[in-house]
Ligand binder design. Structure first.
Ligand SMILES: Cc1cc2nc3c(=O)[nH]c(=O)nc-3n(C[C@H](O)[C@H](O)[C@H](O)COP(=O)(O)OP(=O)(O)OC[C@H]3O[C@@H](n4cnc5c(N)ncnc54)[C@H](O)[C@@H]3O)c2cc1C
Length: 422
């Protein structure tokens, strides 16, 4: 069966309302009958040739929207975001050990609305590239240009027992898990703490090692006896230019590092992780970062597998000329980070504007700057520069310093200010 036929069948089931009909009463009220077909019809008028739809209001989606608003003042820009507010990934780590409040990490989308970007809170369930349409939980939307900036999907299903028992784990790769991790960290009474790292690529490559360092410091300060262990699916700490720096930091702190330990099962009933070699790692507190993949939308729409295949200069899809892909969901040589996502969104907006006929200069190539925590008072430095075509020019790494810790605080607030004005 062709995909489009399958969609018709799904549509038929919705229209049939078999279960709802059986429930009767509420479901047969006229109000519901009016809402029913919304999933199948276009919810906006036909686009006028300059409608740009963005799926995902994270670092790259918002950066793209802001930049395009400036470069293409008469374009219609529509941002589709499933969450009610923006969440800054880098702040998750701070929050999990009590270094930040939740409100520091979130921002409202209202500043974008005030600039004339139409922000619609909805989840996109499908992309039909041949029809220039996206299917959302509110109905379909037709576009002239599309940006896919959906970030990472955490593939819980690749860790045995995890989808069935999410409470076996708490990690800071999404907001809900971060809140739970903080609760567990605060009530921890001591024992073995395991930080499990997935195979690269994953978002924020230094993140799991920062988590290990901050947990170690948190428990030492609190007088809680904890042995911190990093079980890494990779052969060295990430990103590779920081590998030796991390190993030195771990040695000084007494953090145990276990390379080539890919976790494939979390057995919460027995407090143990199981690796692909069948080895068991016992824990009293675990924070397991599941494999990082892109949204299934990307594979299903033929944009790439598992990440969207894009040109590293223009971020244009290699398959569809009016679709762009940026940030963590794209297959590029760039780090999966907030900083690169921000600049990728900016650069993609330049090429989208050029494609729409605006007279716009080519943007500068992507670079990344990051200040990973070695402790709450010291950060490392990693800077990577790429050429326009994505070839790496140089990578610079430096030891932990208090200056870098200060730079980190300024770094995140500057990014957030340029996205939201505050
Ligand atoms: C703990 C942690 C620490 C980090 N530390 C750093 C750091 O120090 N430095 C750094 O540079 N980066 C850091 N990062 C990484 C950074 O947050 C990400 O790389 C960045 O957010 C990627 O931006 P993005 O736009 O690609 O995706 P995101 O910012 O993840 O945004 C994707 C958006 O798409 C939305 N979305 C997804 N699917 C749909 C759908 N179907 N319909 C509608 N909306 C959808 C999501 O709700 C989300 O808002 C960290 C991340 C974490 C988790």
């Amino acid at each position: 069966m062709k995909r489009r036929d399958a969609l018709k069948v799904i549509g038929g089931t919705f229209a049939g309302l078999t279960v709802a009909d059986r429930l009767g009463g509420y479901f047969t009220k006229p109000a519901y009958a009016e809402e029913k077909p919304a999933f199948h019809k276009d919810i906006l008028s036909a686009p006028g040739g300059k409608r740009v739809v963005i799926i995902g209001g994270g670092f790259s989606g918002v950066s793209f929207a802001n930049t395009l608003r400036e470069l293409a003042p008469d374009a219609e820009i529509i941002l589709l975001e499933k969450n009610p507010f923006f969440v800054s990934g880098p702040s998750h780590i701070d929050y999990s050990v009590g270094m930040k409040k939740l409100e520091d990490a979130v921002r409202s989308y209202y500043p974008l609305r005030e600039k004339g970007v139409k922000v619609i809170k909805t989840e996109v369930g499908g992309i039909l590239p041949e029809d220039n349409k996206v299917m959302t939980s509110k109905g379909n939307i037709t576009y002239n240009y599309l940006l896919v900036s959906t970030g990472i999907r955490l593939a819980d299903e690749e860790i045995l027992q995890l989808s069935e028992h999410p409470a076996y784990n708490a990690h800071s790769w999404e907001l809900e898990g971060t809140i739970e991790l903080r609760r567990r960290v605060e009530s921890f009474k001591g024992g073995k703490v395991v930080v499990s790292v997935p195979s690269a690529p994953f978002k924020c490559p230094p993140g799991p090692y920062e988590t290990a360092c901050l947990l170690d410091e948190f428990f030492k300060k609190k007088g809680v006896s904890a042995e911190v262990v990093v079980a890494d699916a990779n052969d060295k700490p990430q990103p590779p230019p920081l590998a030796q720096k991390w190993l030195t930091v771990f040695e000084k702190k007494g953090i145990k590092y276990m390379p080539n330990n890919k976790v494939v099962e979390v057995d919460g009933a027995n407090n143990q992780l199981v690796t692909d070699k069948g080895e068991k790692i016992k824990y009293d507190l675990v924070t397991l970062i599941p494999p990082n993949k892109a949204s299934t939308l990307i594979k299903e729409s033929g944009l790439g597998d598992p990440f969207a295949d894009v040109d590293p200069t223009t971020f244009k899809s290699k398959k569809f000329g009016n679709i762009f892909g940026t940030g963590d969901c794209a297959k590029t040589p760039y780090t999966k980070s907030a900083y690169t996502a921000f600049y990728e969104g900016k650069n993609a907006a330049h090429y989208a504007a050029i494609g729409m006929g605006y007279s716009v200069k080519e943007p500068v190539p992507i670079h990344n700057i990051c200040y990973p925590y070695a402790s709450s008072t010291e950060s490392l430095l990693i800077r990577v520069d790429w050429e326009k075509d994505g070839k790496m020019l140089k990578a610079t790494a430096d030891d932990p310093k208090t200056d870098y810790r200060d730079s980190r605080a300024a770094w995140e607030s500057t990014l957030l200010k340029s996205l939201f004005g505050a």
